[in-house]
Design a protein around this ligand. Structure first.
Ligand code: ATP
Ligand code: MG
Length: 345
């Protein structure tokens, strides 16, 4: 990793981040980094601490300890917050009586960007017509798109999206995937949270997985998929394994009777089987069962589901939570307006 100022721009660094609500530790000693030009999935089951972490990153709640910085600055110290980071947190609420377009106009004004940017963004997020209607009547998917448009108003280098695929239909999810890729290709840093690995599997380059407020695993999606291989089914797996060995391909017999050959060359495996006079009942690239992997990494004991000793206290004044006050919580000057505990930073 280079440390020049230019390269650090857009670099997210979470270091030893901890957040306690009373006796309940929502996020515990969490550290990870997010690189520009890549899409990073921030994953964990419900209640894992994703939103809490993102809110600390965005300066909406104060960490108990540790730090979260963007380009080396805490959110509160960013010289031009709206031009640096755009965010859409979960449960984004827009004033019901105001049109989506007017919402964006207010934001454009705040961010000192030309109002023409509003229509540009509405086109980009695919809601130009809907945005003229009152936001109160928006579907979940339309709210997501409007939230995204709002996050992009200052053309930020960093985009932080909390569960952006929630409420989107398959077409919407596909659109979001292309849209985020387009932005990351421009060198932007994209951090998206999800409680479903499968949902972001085809979208993200890197993953950071947390459970019960703690880091579980991070790395590239390629690594998560594991070593590639070929899964082959035949009538006599031992015989095929022997034939593959002669062709310099090692393989492992699976419990279900299939053979996993250590090659991505499906044709080679098929040819070897043919030469050995063995029927091929199935031949496909090996795919990691990501759903199962995610489950193994994060399940076990979800503190929110069991009756463990560590019980979260009642939500502290969620009504005053700024997560959705248009659109990502920061006040008119781009600074957070309130703190969960009612403390003004
Ligand atoms: N203001 C608060 N007061 C008390 N506990 C809180 C508060 N905010 C979050 N928590 C608790 O912290 C834990 C993490 O919550 P968080 O919202 O960060 O999870 P999440 O990973 O975003 O989950 P989801 O996938 O459901 O959105 C939960 O147990 C939650 O109840
Ligand atoms: Mg959440």
């Amino acid at each position: 990793m280079t440390t020049t100022a230019a390269a650090r721009e857009g670099h997210i660094r979470i270091e030893g981040l901890t957040k306690r609500f009373g006796h309940f530790t929502a996020v515990q000693d969490l550290s990870f980094e997010v690189e520009p030009g890549r899409i990073t999935g921030f994953l964990g089951p419900n209640g894992a601490g994703k939103t809490t972490t993102l809110r600390m990153l965005l300066g909406l709640i104060r960490p108990t300890s540790g730090s979260a910085t963007i380009g080396g600055h805490r959110y509160a110290d960013l010289p031009r917050p709206l031009a640096t980071v755009g965010a859409a947190l979960e449960a984004t609420n827009f004033h019901p009586g105001r049109s989506g377009r007017d919402h964006l106009r207010v934001l454009a004004d705040t961010a000192s960007v030309p109002v023409t940017r509003v229509d540009e963004l509405l086109e980009l997020t695919g809601i130009p017509a809907a945005a003229r209607k009152r936001a109160g009547g928006y579907s979940m998917g339309m709210r997501q798109r409007l939230g995204l448009a709002a996050a992009l108003i200052g053309d930020p280098q960093v985009l932080v999206l909390d569960e952006p695929a929630n409420g989107l239909d398959p077409e919407g999810i596909r659109w979001l995937r292309g849209f985020l890729r387009h932005l990351s290709d421009q060198g932007k840093t994209i951090l998206v949270s999800s409680h479903l690995l499968r949902e972001v599997e085809q979208t993200v380059d890197d993953v950071v997985i947390i459970a019960n407020g703690q880091h579980v695993r991070s790395g590239t999606m390629v690594d998560l998929h594991g070593t590639p291989g070929a899964v082959v089914r035949t009538s006599d797996a031992d015989a095929l394994a022997g034939a593959l060995r002669v062709a310099d391909v090692t393989s492992t017999l699976q419990e279900d009777g299939s053979l996993v050959a250590d090659t991505t060359d499906l044709r080679l495996v098929g040819d070897v089987a043919l030469r050995a006079g063995l029927p091929v009942y199935g031949l496909e690239p090996k795919r990691a069962d990501l759903e199962q992997l995610f489950f193994e990494l994060t399940a076990g004991t979800n503190r929110n589901l069991g009756d463990g000793a560590e019980t979260p206290p009642a939500e502290a004044s969620s009504a005053g939570a700024p997560a959705g006050s248009p659109p990502a919580g920061p006040g008119p000057d781009g600074r957070p307006t309130t703190d969960d505990e009612g403390v003004t930073p």
